[in-house]
Design a protein around this ligand. Sequence first.
Ligand SMILES: Cc1cc2nc3c(=O)[nH]c(=O)nc-3n(C[C@H](O)[C@H](O)[C@H](O)COP(=O)(O)O)c2cc1C
Length: 206
Amino acid sequence: METEDIVSCSNTDLLKSCGTFRVLVGVTGSVAALKLPLLVTQLLQLPGVDVRVVTTEHAKHFYNPAEVSVKIYSDKDEWELWTQRSDPVLHIELRRWADLLVIAPLDANTLGKITNGICDNLLTCVVRAWDISRPLLFCPAMNTAMWQHPITAQQVSRLKEYGYVEIPCISKKLVCGDEGKGAMAEVSSIVSIVKQYLLKTDESPQ
Ligand SMILES: Cc1cc2nc3c(=O)[nH]c(=O)nc-3n(C[C@H](O)[C@H](O)[C@H](O)COP(=O)(O)O)c2cc1C
């Protein structure tokens, strides 16, 4: 981290980061956000990994923050942090901090927004400001009818054009009772893909 970054993020807990590979988890308003505590726990078991979470407001309906052992940032933090010109802008601090962003789950709404460059909350601002040379992984999760709508494939392929990596959804009985594709990939699959990026970083010359 550069000196100017240290100064600018001194008002956040990002300075306390102890890992060498920093994973930012984006979480959106899919029922699969129930798995956030498990995902964070498993990511923290990877050696040298530090984790922070950026949540949408709707995602908050699905998990208990007390079960998530890392800082969860939301829209309120962005606006509380910035009160005057010299203050840090949280979405920029987070994109600087993170070596990898994984959006799990990525719901249909945020998929549509980020595909179109909309940035109206903390998570979509981080994505809009993302350094596309760094990995961005996304894990779609939605009802089968939403998944099968032709706009989904168009939007997913647009994200892949930017070099973002899809961790494909899987088929199973969904919470709404429908059976078919649209469930978020298993947490173990997501963690093992993050691990591959961690190993690549370890192998690359410093
Ligand atoms: C109980 C419940 C479960 C939902 N599950 C999903 C889901 O799995 N995938 C999805 O795309 N939308 C789902 N939605 C709809 C989203 O929560 C809604 O589109 C919301 O506006 C998403 O906001 P966000 O993208 O800012 O988090 C669900 C809504 C409810 C009430």
